[in-house]
Design a protein. Structure first.
Length: 393
């Protein structure tokens, strides 16, 4: 697990008091653009009352304890891990591969009607119109030239092309530890996608690899965000850096990185807001946080991880586009893949943005946040005689 990570060798350079003053956050009165609200669901709302925050914290803590009680030991057998992946992708497989199998059942040749039906299946599985048309373009050409006639060969071609979309990235497939200083991950995404939970589970991966972790609560606009992150910090036995509610996020991050230096942390994970309860433009706020991090730590943030909810389908494409344009996303985490019948969004996002998928969430248990392995994912999706237990849940 994350064995490719290496320990830091030295402390990061200190920053002067004058530089800190220059980095003081500027007050902004920008409104959130209506198109951003419409495309991504950034809807300002009132922060919950303090008593609701306490109730939420209690609920999260109870769920955490329950998960620890119910969660089985993490499987170390590769076959066991693959079996669970197949099980958790049952909804997607049923709506995608099983429909393709039913379409091909009894067919000996590939005709235009079959290709039209296949196109509908691929689009409704959230592969997207452009990706689907690209997948079928070569197929139609080969059929017209009488080079392809067997539906089963066509299915194998689809599997190979989907794999190529998931592996053909220009960016590094793995996160790389800097030679000196801590590895800093800035996590972004709208509220409700499972961002804080993903941070907790990623922190667990680092801790299990023997690395020291600091969580930074820079989502100061949502009242329950800090409490939620602290619960994950307690669960992983890692430090959480936070300030008062409503504090400027970039100042929180600045102070957190300054605190982390002498503490010799290996990894810093920064939680950011998914929407704001002020008139500050969210993307501008995230850009400011990124600038502050970059001036405090050389070449940081080393990873900008965007968390997306796979069940939101094409809306996640809009979110990825906006966040990538604003801060330059370097990796993706797709949550709730076990709860969607449209897991083709994984392929669509990979093709559209050429950004590697780091993690996929296939359940509530700690080990259900998986390092994304493209070939394993495709094999599980196209697996024969896979169980459908998840469909009944």
């Amino acid at each position: 697990m994350l064995s490719w990570f290496k320990k830091k060798q030295a402390k990061p350079d200190e920053i002067t008091v004058e530089e800190k003053d220059e980095l003081a956050p500027e007050e902004s009165t920008q409104e959130i653009p209506e198109d951003v609200v419409e495309e991504t669901g950034f809807v300002p709302d009132e922060a919950p009352a303090e008593e609701k925050v306490e109730q939420l914290a209690d609920t999260i803590e109870q769920e955490t304890v329950q998960q620890q009680v119910e969660s089985p030991e993490e499987e170390t057998n590769g076959t066991g891990l693959f079996s669970r992946l197949k099980e958790r992708l049952a909804k997607t497989r049923h709506s995608f591969v099983s429909r393709i199998d039913n379409l091909f059942l009894g067919k000996k040749t590939i005709d235009p009607e079959l290709l039209d039906d296949l196109e509908e299946i691929l689009i409704t599985a959230d592969l997207g119109v452009t990706t689907t048309l690209e997948l079928l373009e070569k197929v139609r050409e080969q059929v017209n030239r009488n080079e392809l006639s067997d539906p089963q060969v066509l299915k194998q071609m689809l599997k190979e092309n989907i794999t190529s979309y998931l592996t053909g990235h220009a960016r590094p497939e793995k996160m790389v530890m800097p030679e000196t200083g801590p590895f800093l991950v800035m996590v972004v995404g709208v509220n409700g996608v499972g961002k804080t939970t993903t941070i907790g589970k990623v922190a667990h991966k680092f801790v299990k690899s023997g690395l020291s972790v600091l969580l930074v609560a820079a989502d100061t606009f949502r009242a329950a965000a800090v409490e939620q992150l602290k619960i994950w910090g307690q669960r992983n036995n890692v430090d959480v850096f936070s300030q008062q509610a409503g504090a400027d996020p970039s100042s929180v991050v600045f102070d957190a990185v300054e605190y982390a230096g002498p503490q010799n942390f290996d990894v810093i994970i920064v939680d950011t807001a998914g929407r704001l309860h002020t008139k500050v433009n969210l993307m501008e706020e995230l850009k400011k946080i990124k600038r502050v991090i970059g001036k405090k730590l050389e070449n940081a943030p080393h990873e900008i991880l965007l968390v997306l909810d796979a069940t939101t389908g094409q809306n996640s494409i809009s979110q990825a586009k906006l966040f990538n344009e604003a801060v330059g996303v370097t990796g993706l985490a797709l949550t709730k893949l076990d709860g969607t019948a449209k897991g083709g969004i994984v392929v669509n996002i990979s093709r559209e943005f050429n950004i590697p998928i780091r993690f996929i969430g296939i359940g509530e248990q700690m080990e259900d946040l998986r390092d994304f392995e493209p070939q394993q994912f495709v094999d599980a999706l196209f697996a024969e005689n896979a169980g459908t237990q998840s469909l009944e849940q």
